[in-house]
Design a protein around this ligand. Sequence first.
Ligand SMILES: [Zn+2]
Length: 371
Amino acid sequence: MHRVGGSLLSLNNDLAHPLHAFARAMPKVELHLHLEGSITPETALALARRHGATLPADDPAGLQDWFRFRDFRHFVEVYLALSDLLRAPDDFRFIVVELARELARQNVRYAEVTFTAYTHLWQGKGLTPDDLIAGLDAGRAEASERFGVELAWIIDIPRNLSFDPQTGRYTGAASDPTVEMALAWKDRGVVALGLGGYEIGAPPEPFAPAFDRARAGGLHSVPHAGEHVGPEGVWGAIRALRAERIGHGVRAIEDPELVGYLVEHQIPLELNPTSNIRLGVYPDYASHPLPRFWDAGAYVTVNSDDPPLFNTTLNQEYHALVDAFGFGVEDLERVSLNALRASFLPEARKAGLEAEFRAAFRHLRSDLGLL
Ligand SMILES: [Zn+2]
């Protein structure tokens, strides 16, 4: 068996919490993670040095303070400032490699990473679509070679840059170029079209033509829905966009009929508990509906969204499953395998990874006395 990096060290440090140690060392898959939202303070400082840009602090601790979530407006400000630091193809390679290093540290073997390509064109930095994909390609190859982390991309439409709430009209501004890029990059790791950005005032329905085009071109449909807006956003994502997974979808819990539909059709939910708490969707873990989805038999996956901005990691999300929701070793294994099976990897690759995951789980259980 391939013993995943770092696991033995953490095992020795945490024998008192074998489930935490298991959660950290177990192989995992991440399905809901934003590339730009994965930039750490250290990486941001390195990018700022490359370009002579100034940030609100010039050391990691100070920058960590600026990163710390305050409110949604501040979150958007930080997010756009991080995006603005990406000015050359090699910057994209660099952040992908730094992300892969972190994923490997957490024993994440495969991730479908959302990239908001349009933002970088819209920010007027002089970048072309070719610049963006060149950086992503180089980073993806390096992630695999150096860290053994496989990556795929979800290219998402920033809904707020494409919808005018004043007129209630869909402008297509972000949608058309986003779909063009996603389709053009299909052989370069792109597996799906996403829909991100602020949901309020920008319902899914007007984006149906973009998703129709993407699906006709062989891409999957993975919109964010039901995060800041209630069940109607999730219904819209399912009916108008033919969503195959739902980014978030937590607020589906407010509609029993919708929960029943999600259970019946086993549409995977990409849940991000800590992100929801930081953004004020729920006040705390105790109020989070994850256990209710789980008990209802919904298809639950657990993810980290924008980890440095929400002061979390995928490992910490798994720890929260143990601490806040009482998950045991079999539950953790199911969460990890749920993510693997809900991924857009080819079936043969999924089966191969599942065999590896199960073997790793057996060894870890034995090492930790979790039989
Ligand atoms: Zn997200």
